[in-house]
Design a protein around this ligand. Structure first.
Ligand code: HEM
Length: 491
């Protein structure tokens, strides 16, 4: 028995070694005319996937990238998620990846399966149409119209989840806020079922983005697919109702929800997406907005609790904005524009802990970069988080110093929202949401982190391992703020 197990193990090892050898030689022969970047593809299909995922989950991804760059230089070959991939880092890499029309944005197979035919998975003329619709929906003139809704969501959320609590676990709480905000804007009045019932499903879906897209029971991907089906069903119900009511109203105009906006654009001939495509794009928008902004707000709260001088400066700025208005009135677009210092705190948070740490692209033709060839069909991954923490571009990169943004960062060194034609279309929305939420939190509360030693992992969004529990106190002045919120009916 023991002998046959041993024999079996030897055979498996032998087969693995032969496959590895064939795989390596196949690539070497097939690309013999190419000057490939240094590195290797590692174990077939798996390559460096698990090692990178492990690094992400133990918050050592930055070190992982640095070690690779030390071993192979800023351009190297590896295999990730089953594809040969070239890893790039540095401002030249960012310039290359965001401005090269031979590269198309790639999503992991898992994301394509989870979010379907959203902007994230489209190419060519369909992509242009959807991108332009998204940009139209999220352009500053439109976001200006959502500020009041965002303000209302933030105040109601704080009354329900923060006021009267001695402690709060920040990340899950802020995720609910962020989901409530994006759903009430994107889905309109009927968003309640989604924002109240499906937050956990959005988190499960988010966690499956970096998983192997093989649907085996109990895996992350399998759970993500189940969550995605539930979300899609709920959004489809809303979309069907919207379509019916628009058919009944001649000359309907959008009341700002994304589904009506897309249906009206379609009736005007701007695109020909099916209702299913519109549902997928709505999901894509919520997925893009929800965990990124909640990560930003969570880590701002964490940073501010360790930086009393910065918190003081932020509070003075926010008190000044509040002083010039009637406390019952919602914040406006102009108020948000005055939050200049707090935005620098957000930028510094995005530099140190970017919610999206890099960008994946696929080559549509053979490409040359810094003397190396990147063959057609290969993936290119640029890790922007590496440049954010490089002392060549950011003096004392480990120091949390919002004032560094009094000067612009060097070109292509600071890219938390990406760049080029696929730059995040939600960046203005994210700014408004974050500023409004932080305005009320900073003015109403003081907090202390419960577990100073808590670390975070990338899952794939940065996630404090305990969710960031904090002890909470009302700021003395906050009693007035709270009384006024009650008057306005947000309590
Ligand atoms: C702090 C918050 C946010 C950060 C850091 C962030 C970051 C990013 C980045 C880096 C990309 C580009 C990825 C690439 O080029 O590979 C992206 C794309 C995207 N983001 Fe955001 N985002 C944030 C908030 C939002 C919000 C609030 C929305 C929606 C309201 C949104 C919607 C999207 C969409 C739809 C895409 C895909 C665009 C495309 O494929 O062309 N994001 N985001």
């Amino acid at each position: 028995m023991a002998y046959s197990i041993l024999l079996g193990a030897v055979l498996v090892l032998l087969v693995a070694a032969v496959v590895q050898l064939l795989y390596k030689n196949f690539y070497r022969l097939y690309y013999s005319a190419y000057k490939l970047p240094p590195g290797n593809l590692g174990v077939p299909v798996i390559g460096s996937t698990f090692s990178l995922l492990r690094a992400c989950r133990s918050n050592t991804d930055d070190q992982w990238f640095r070690d690779r760059i030390k071993n192979y230089g800023p351009v190297s070959t590896m295999s990730l998620f089953g594809s040969p991939t070239v890893l790039l880092a540095g401002p030249a890499a960012n310039h290359f990846i965001f401005g090269n029309d031979g590269l198309i944005l790639t999503q992991t197979g898992a994301l394509r399966a989870l979010v379907g035919r959203s902007v994230l998975a489209l190419t060519g003329s369909e992509l242009k149409l959807v991108r332009s619709a998204l940009q139209g929906y999220l352009k500053p003139e439109m976001v200006r119209r959502y500020v009041c809704k965002i303000d209302h969501e933030v105040r109601s959320h704080i009354e329900l989840n923060w006021v009267g609590c001695d402690s709060v676990t920040v990340l899950p709480t802020v995720r609910r806020l962020s989901l409530a905000i994006i759903c009430s804007v994107v889905l309109g009045q009927e968003s309640a079922t989604i924002k109240e019932g499906l937050c956990t499903d959005f988190v499960t879906l988010g966690k499956a983005i970096l998983s192997f897209p093989v649907n085996i029971p109990f895996t992350r991907f399998n759970k993500g697919m189940a969550a995605s089906a539930k979300i899609r069903k709920a959004i489809t119900n809303i979309a069907n109702k919207r379509e019916d009511s628009l058919l009944q109203e001649a000359n309907a105009t959008s009341d700002n929800d994304f589904i009506s906006y897309m249906l009206i654009l379609r009736s005007q001939g701007a695109h020909s997406l099916t209702l299913e495509d519109i549902v997928d794009n709505t999901m894509g928008l919520i997925v893009g907005a929800h965990e990124t902004t909640s990560a930003l707000i969570t880590f701002m709260i964490r940073h501010l609790s360790n930086e009393p001088d910065i918190l003081d400066k932020v509070t003075r700025e926010q008190d000044e904005i509040a002083r010039n208005k009637n406390p019952k009135d919602a914040l406006t677009w102009d108020d948000v524009a005055k939050m200049k210092y707090m935005w620098k705190v957000a930028m510094e948070t995005l530099r140190t802990i970017p919610p999206v740490f890099g960008s994946f692209r696929t080559t549509t033709k053979d490409i040359e970069y810094q003397g190396y060839h990147i063959p057609k069909g290969w993936k290119v991954f640029a890790a922007q988080s590496v440049t954010h923490m490089d002392s060549q571009f950011f003096h004392e990169p480990n120091k949390f110093n919002p004032s560094r943004f009094e000067k612009s960062a060097p070109p292509y060194c600071y890219m938390p929202f990406g760049g080029g034609p696929r730059m995040c279309p939600g960046n203005v929305f994210a700014r408004v949401e974050t500023m409004v939420a932080m305005h009320y939190l900073v003015r109403q509360f003081r907090w202390k982190i419960t577990c100073e030693k808590e670390t975070y992992k990338r899952d794939p969004k940065p996630t404090p391992v305990l969710g960031l529990p904090i002890k909470l106190k009302l700021r003395p002045l906050a009693k007035n703020v709270q009384a006024n919120n009650m008057d306005t009916g947000t309590g």
